[in-house]
Design a protein around this ligand. Structure first.
Ligand code: HMH
Length: 238
């Protein structure tokens, strides 16, 4: 290949890659500071550098167990909408896969609770947890557009994926007792699943009205804010 043709084909490749960037990436760029706050929170960074305070971890564990129990009905409602609105596409299978992994997740929380001596029956949901779940509950309404719901669903899962994958990246000093949590959300399968959910959301947003786009962007930012507030709870210790 001559140099000219090579340069041209590289340009073309770049163009194609650019075209693949969807509206969600544009929003993340626009709201980069809150996105980083959600995915590189001090609690997550402390897991990665090994300085994590175990009482913070126990607080997070108890609160996240309650969150996940509240998250299941939200995912179930996404599943119902996927069955109704996505026609022949595979949205339903993707969401069903997410539901299935939540089953294992709840079991994992219980095992961790006994390991860390956390008694879930006495854990009380904190304000940030309640508010986040109330927000997700409002998104379960039939009035909420499928594209908006999917955007929220993706953002919730993606924050955990990005956060815990960071704790496993090169150079980490993550304590071995905490690698289970990191693998749960930081593994490649979960990354792939998040990417499938993102593609669904992007496909819906491509055909969305201006109003739906504005709502989806707003919901994305709010999820990121709720995630930051959720991590913040761990600061309080038990
Ligand atoms: C707060 C929170 N956000 C996202 C997830 C991922 O499912 C989780 N378990 N908890």
């Amino acid at each position: 290949m001559t140099l000219k043709i090579l340069v041209r084909s590289e340009k073309k490749k770049k163009q194609l890659q650019m075209e693949k960037r969807g509206v969600i990436d544009t929003w993340i760029d626009k709201h980069r500071s809150i996105y980083t706050a959600a995915t590189r929170h001090a609690f997550v960074v402390s897991i990665r550098d090994g300085s994590v305070d175990l009482s913070s971890f126990r607080t997070w564990l108890g609160q996240d167990y309650l969150f996940v129990r509240g998250f299941v009905p939200f995912v179930a409602s996404v599943l119902i909408r996927a069955g109704k609105e996505s026609g022949e596409s595979s949205d339903m299978e993707v969401v069903l896969g997410g539901m299935a992994s939540l089953n294992g997740e709840i079991e994992w929380f219980k095992t961790e609770a006994s390991k860390w001596d956390v008694d879930f029956s006495t854990v009380v949901p904190q304000k940030a947890n309640q508010e986040y779940l109330r927000f997700l509950e409002a998104l379960m309404s039939n009035e909420v557009k499928y594209s908006v719901m999917m955007t929220a669903f993706w953002a919730t899962e993606a924050v955990y994926q990005e956060s815990f994958a960071h704790c496993l990246e090169d150079g980490n000093k993550t304590p071995v007792e905490l690698t289970g949590a990191c693998h749960r959300w930081g593994n490649d399968g979960f990354k792939q699943y998040c990417s499938s959910v993102k593609s669904i959301a992007e496909r819906c947003l491509e055909n969305a009205s201006g109003e739906a786009l504005a709502e989806a962007e707003d919901v994305l930012v709010r999820v990121l804010e709720y995630e930051v507030a959720f991590w913040e709870m761990s600061r309080g210790g038990d």
